[in-house]
Design a protein around this ligand. Structure first.
Ligand SMILES: *[C@@H]1O[C@H](CO)[C@@H](O)[C@H](O)[C@H]1NC(C)=O
Ligand SMILES: *[C@@H]1O[C@H](CO)[C@@H](O)[C@H](O)[C@H]1NC(C)=O
Length: 446
């Protein structure tokens, strides 16, 4: 078994599919001849670019800034497409629609970090940006994912190639701008366990929850992201003025997908000093707060409206669920002979003794030793907080099931993963998905 898994891993390294890089949608794949410009077109393009540069420089703003007292981003540009992105993932976007080229250019001319919001607008092209106040259901989702642009290239003809990593989820609170592209005020949403491990807070008021929520968001950005995202993550594409689509080598892009690699440097060092404390004596600045102090807390309201999903009740600890997911993943990968991304194996928990037929630990150890192939395996620091490691797993583990689903089912599963309120609830949902898959195929393989 291990032999064949290894061969599959090697296949993953060398001939991994190159289609995913065009933002998931193979349909937009351009043909090479579209990109060959005549000398006349090149001159025109150079002129257009210089005008553009003047324009974006003068329009450049502060960019999207996270308010530390509330975890609200008052002005987040929204990239609205008919699928869902999940925290922990990476993607390479090929931006060619005029509206979104305009949006991405505006962001890139602004200050770093370059944030955009990703939101599933459903399949209706003309749907409006929806907010959480606007239930019953609108076709457009109101819970989305915060993306950070970490690298980009401009093609000769003005199109963009953008490398993003998905960080956190948010809920849309208010529409700031509808056209030419959506801009909204959004509230970042940590998992329930990050705010209160006892999960008692759904009945609490906003006043009680606001502080712990803001502290959890600060922990994510100030501490955990340093481990979860590699600061050296970049596009394996040359940086030149006359870049064209033919300069892009699919297999090298496949190496940076579908998960954002863990940080090599942070995971090699010893200190995880998270734990931002809420100082009750300091008055937070509530300019950007989205609900009144005395109202039920935001999460409670979102659960009531069915915008966030209640986790099913379970007596199992997060640690038990984590091990069960890895065992299910191991079984599934062996049965289907699916290649696994080395990046995912980096979050294997420090379990002393796995069952003897558990292959993924051995594969991870072998990859760790390899210097002859490029891979994005990085072992997460053993002292990295377990709840955060579980959160990464809960968003990523079901990725291998996506090939078994059609576009609609895949989109539904991802959106559900995004909307489940707690890490534990998400882990239970993932286990159910594996169980269903395995049950459906029970007859075939026994
Ligand atoms: C609170 O934040 C707003 C917006 O960020 C700012 O304009 C205002 O000056 C701040 N107020 C205080 C008291 O710091
Ligand atoms: C990895 O390398 C170390 C040190 O060279 C060695 O002790 C270990 O057995 C190797 N592990 C695997 C799985 O090859």
């Amino acid at each position: 078994m291990i032999m064949s898994m290894n061969i599959l891993l090697l296949l993953y390294f060398f001939i991994a599919p190159s289609a995913a890089w065009i933002g998931e949608k193979g349909a937009h794949r351009p043909s090479t001849n579209l990109f060959a410009l005549t000398p006349d077109e090149q001159r025109k393009m150079a002129m257009v670019r210089s005008i553009q540069m003047q324009f974006y420089k003068s329009a450049a703003s502060e960019g999207a800034v996270i308010d530390k007292d509330t975890g609200v981003i008052p002005e987040l540009p929204l990239w609205r497409v008919p699928w869902t992105e999940l925290p922990g993932r990476s993607n390479v976007l090929h931006v060619h629609e005029a509206v979104y080229t305009n949006m991405f250019e505006t962001v890139l001319y602004g200050k770093k970090p370059w944030y955009i919001g990703h939101i599933n607008r459903g399949t209706a092209d003309n749907s409006k940006v929806a907010t959480w106040h606007a239930r019953p259901r609108t076709p457009s989702a109101v819970v989305g994912t915060l993306l950070e642009i970490v690298d980009y290239r401009r093609f000769e003809d003005g199109r963009l190639l953008i490398l993003v990593q998905a960080l956190e989820r948010f809920v849309v609170n208010k529409v700031v701008q509808e056209l030419p592209y959506g801009v909204a005020s959004v509230q970042l949403l940590p998992d329930m366990e990050e705010i209160d491990p006892d999960l008692t807070w759904t009945e609490r008021t906003e006043r009680e929850i606001r502080g712990p929520r803001a502290a959890a968001i600060q922990d994510s950005f100030q501490t955990y992201h340093n481990f979860e995202y590699d600061e050296a993550f970049e596009l394996p594409v040359p940086d030149r003025a006359d870049l064209s689509i033919s300069d892009i080598y699919g297999p090298s892009l496949a190496l940076i997908l579908p998960f954002a690699p863990l940080s090599k440097t942070a995971n090699a060092c010893q200190d995880v000093s998270g734990g931002v404390k809420v100082d009750a004596t300091v008055q937070p600045n509530l300019t950007h707060a989205i609900i009144e102090d005395a109202q039920p807390c935001l999460e409670g309201q979102l659960l009531d409206r069915g915008i966030l999903q209640y986790p099913s009740k379970s007596a199992e600890s997060m640690g038990d669920l984590e091990v069960k997911i890895w065992l299910a993943l191991d079984r599934f990968l062996k049965r289907t002979k699916t290649p696994v991304s080395p990046a995912l194996l980096g979050i294997l928990p420090p379990v002393k003794e796995w069952p003897s037929d558990f292959a993924l630990r051995k594969i991870a150890d072998e990859i760790a030793n390899r210097t002859d192939v490029r891979h994005n395996y990085v072992a997460i620091a053993p002292h990295f907080p377990a709840h955060r490691r579980c959160r990464l797993l809960s968003f990523s583990a079901a990725n291998v099931l996506e090939d078994k689903k059609d576009e609609r089912e895949k989109s539904q599963m991802r959106q559900k993963l995004l909307e489940i309120a707690s890490t534990r609830g998400r882990m239970m949902y993932v286990l159910e998905q594996f169980k269903q898959e395995n049950d459906e195929h029970l007859g075939e393989y026994q």
